[in-house]
Every structure is written in C-alpha cells, then in structure tokens.
Design a protein around this ligand. Structure first.
Ligand SMILES: [Zn+2]
Length: 196
C-alpha cells in the first residue's frame, strides 16, 4: 500500500506518530514555503528536540544530509537522510501571536506555527510551554559572521523540493505550513508530508 500523502493547508499544522526506523518526507509543492518540524519521545514527552544541543554537537548552524537532530537528553531523535535544498534554520522560534504583534505590528494576530503546533500536540498531552525551537525546514536565515545580524530571506526551495528524515526513536511529530509572510516570500502556501 502506498503511504498516504498528507496535505497541510496554508497557515495550519498537524501532529502524528512515527516508529523508529520510519522516514518522514517533507515536501514543498509550490516552492519558497517553510515547514516547522518538532518532535517528542513518544514514550516520554519530556524528551524533546533541542536546537542548542544539535547545533553545539554539529559545530555549525546549517544542517543537511547526514546530520542528526538531538533531544534535550542528547539522544538522536531524527537524522536528515536526504536534502535537496541545503538551507534550513534551527535558530528561530516558531512564529506566534507574539511574533506577529511584535515584529509585524498586527492588532489581531494569527496564532502562527506556535499556536498551530500547540493545538495539534494537545491531544498527546503536550503543553504549549513544552514547545521548543523547531527545525525550520526550508527557512533561509543567513547570518552576518561579524556582527551576528540575522535576516529572513525567501527560502531556496523550488516547487517539489523536499527533505527526508529517519526516526531514531518512536516519536510524536508536529509539522506546520508556516504562517509568517516574511519567511515565505510574502505568499502562504501548503506543505505536504509522508511517513513510510
Ligand atoms: Zn511559522
């Protein structure tokens, strides 16, 4: 049976489980669209994806094929096994009501990836305060090496580009089609994914 292709509508998110050894493909069907990815140990949700540990052990901020993503307990949760884009972000927090209020000046802000993740993960008894920095697939955040200034530029992903992760433990995964205009070159698009 062909594994189901899941469609994540613009400005929404979803959550699902994966078994160790399964792969997750995250697809950007239209190009220039970010997907925030989070994961928790399915057997103990206090164990969660850690940007700080992952970047520390990688000794660089741009991750790609072959790189492991570590938990807050330094266990490998996911491994990037295929990456046709080569530029993703693991520094910035999921966009949220506060992002839109503080950075965009919105008076009636959208709940963003943070709200979408919180909603999707609630049935797994994961609280909003447990949501860490997400692995932001396709997000293009170059750094000025001298000043440390960061900018958010259009993703380098073209229509149909994708990346693939292998689960190294049983996981609860949260995934969004990012809601922030700046991260997605001004146009909010869908994301697709498949677990096999
Ligand atoms: Zn977002």
């Amino acid at each position: 049976m062909r594994p189901e292709l899941v469609r994540i509508a613009p400005r929404t998110g979803t959550a699902f489980t994966m078994k160790a050894g399964q792969t997750l493909t995250v697809i950007d069907p239209e190009g220039e669209q970010v997907a925030d990815l989070l994961c928790f140990n399915a057997n103990d949700v206090a164990e969660v994806l850690s940007s700080g540990r992952t970047l520390d052990y990688a000794s660089r901020i741009y991750l790609t094929t072959g790189d492991p993503l570590y938990s807050n307990r330094s266990n490998v949760m996911l491994e990037i096994v295929e990456d046709v884009v080569g530029r993703h972000d693991f520094l910035l927090t999921p966009c949220s009501k506060d992002t839109f209020r503080i950075i965009y000046g919105d008076t009636d802000p959208h709940q963003g990836c943070f709200g979408n993740l919180a909603q999707a993960l609630a049935p797994y008894d994961i609280k909003p305060d447990a949501i860490p920095v997400a692995f932001n697939c396709f997000m293009n955040v170059p750094i000025d090496g001298t000043t440390g200034a960061i900018s958010v530029l259009p993703p380098l992903s073209k229509p149909g580009d994708y990346m693939k992760f292998r689960a190294r433990m049983d996981l609860i995964v949260g995934l969004t089609a990012c809601s922030a205009l700046q991260s997605n070159n001004g146009r909010l698009k869908l994301i697709e994914c498949r677990v096999e």
